[in-house]
Design a protein around this ligand. Structure first.
Ligand code: NAG
Ligand code: NAG
Length: 308
């Protein structure tokens, strides 16, 4: 066995050991007066690493005086959970999460949800596809509601992996094989070949009602009390940044952003109705992708979790 393989194997074993000692997908639960919070991590992360979502779980438990927090661990172990961000089709992940939410009795009366990066659009899919248990407020931190046209993953991968993925996305993003095997291809949104995207995207085009109007999706999305979209104003990873506020390039080019209220998706998900009811909340925060400070989180997100 080569050295790098041995290292990877040791790392995986280490992760599994850590999982059982230290990182738990649930926390809190002593305060029955606060609605539970469900988290979904981003690409290259996992449910409960103490330096990442684990710290957020702890913070939410503290700030809600013991509220129940569940961070989704896809596949039920840290290795699959980490891989899921790249290689398990979002439809399969959403189905898994819906099942887990249904089985968790603590969530039966409803929950608030916070999605990190791509976890944001995945949780929106949960809201649209799985009305039980009911999601109340959805917060997406740097979510890509209209997809990406650029390479958000390149900073976290090695160069050769990055080049490979880049080639795949630029040439064959909408091939059946790429769609099946690479999560990021399922929300790759090519504004220059809008039709290829509509016909080929096996996740985003569906939840954005691009191909046909799914009334069930609209009805379920509108059940949210609030849909809070947080955009990182100096994001260097999500392209275009505006996708975090559900906007995208005007079709046919990749420079000019179309105002949300003029976009097709605004019609197709009847976002205007939600806007009129004051359900859409757009927050901007200075900083790069997912650069949230504890103080900002406590000031802006915690009150949403405590709303009656
Ligand atoms: C971040 O972006 C905002 C809005 O574009 C800008 O006003 C601000 O100066 C930027 N901050 C940094 C540190 O670049
Ligand atoms: C979209 O919203 C802007 C302001 O937010 C407004 O000026 C504009 O008229 C709206 N466009 C449509 C088509 O409603």
């Amino acid at each position: 066995m080569s050295l790098s393989r041995t290292l990877i194997l040791l790392l995986l074993i280490g992760l599994l050991v850590l999982r059982y000692i230290w990182w738990k997908p649930t926390a809190g639960g002593t305060n029955p007066d606060v609605l539970p919070t469900v988290l979904w991590h981003g690409m290259g992360d996992s449910c409960c690493v103490p330096l990442s979502l684990g710290a957020i779980m702890k913070l939410i438990v503290e700030e809600t005086k013991g509220g129940y927090v569940r961070s989704m661990e896809i596949g039920g172990n840290p290795v699959i959970d980490w891989q899921s961000g790249f290689f398990i089709h979002p439809n399969e992940q959403v189905e898994y999460v819906c099942k887990q939410l249904l089985l968790d009795e603590r969530l039966a009366k409803g929950y608030n949800a916070i999605g990190f990066s791509q976890g944001g659009q995945f949780l929106r899919a949960v809201a649209q596809r799985c009305p039980t248990p009911p999601m109340r407020t959805l917060v997406t931190l740097g979510g890509q509601h209209q997809g990406v046209f650029g390479l958000p993953m390149c900073l976290t991968l090695s160069n050769s992996a990055c080049e490979y993925i880049s080639r795949l996305l630029n040439s064959v993003a909408y091939s059946e094989m790429t769609q099946r095997n690479l999560v990021q291809a399922t929300y790759w949104h090519d504004p220059i070949m809008e039709n290829h995207y509509r016909l080929g995207s096996t996740f985003l085009a569906d939840i954005n009602n691009e191909l046909y109007l799914n009334e069930f999706y609209i009805e379920n999305l509108h059940k949210l009390k609030k849909f809070v979209m947080v955009k990182f104003l100096n994001d260097t990873i999500v392209q275009p940044k505006e996708s975090q506020w559900f906007q995208f390039y005007t079709s046919g080019q990749d420079k000019v952003i179309q105002p949300l209220n003029e976009s097709k998706v605004f019609q197709d998900l009847r976002l205007m109705k939600m806007e009129k009811e004051g359900k859409l909340v757009f927050l901007g925060v200075e900083g790069d992708h997912l650069a949230i400070s504890k103080a900002w989180f406590i000031k802006n997100i915690v009150p949403l979790l405590l709303e009656k």
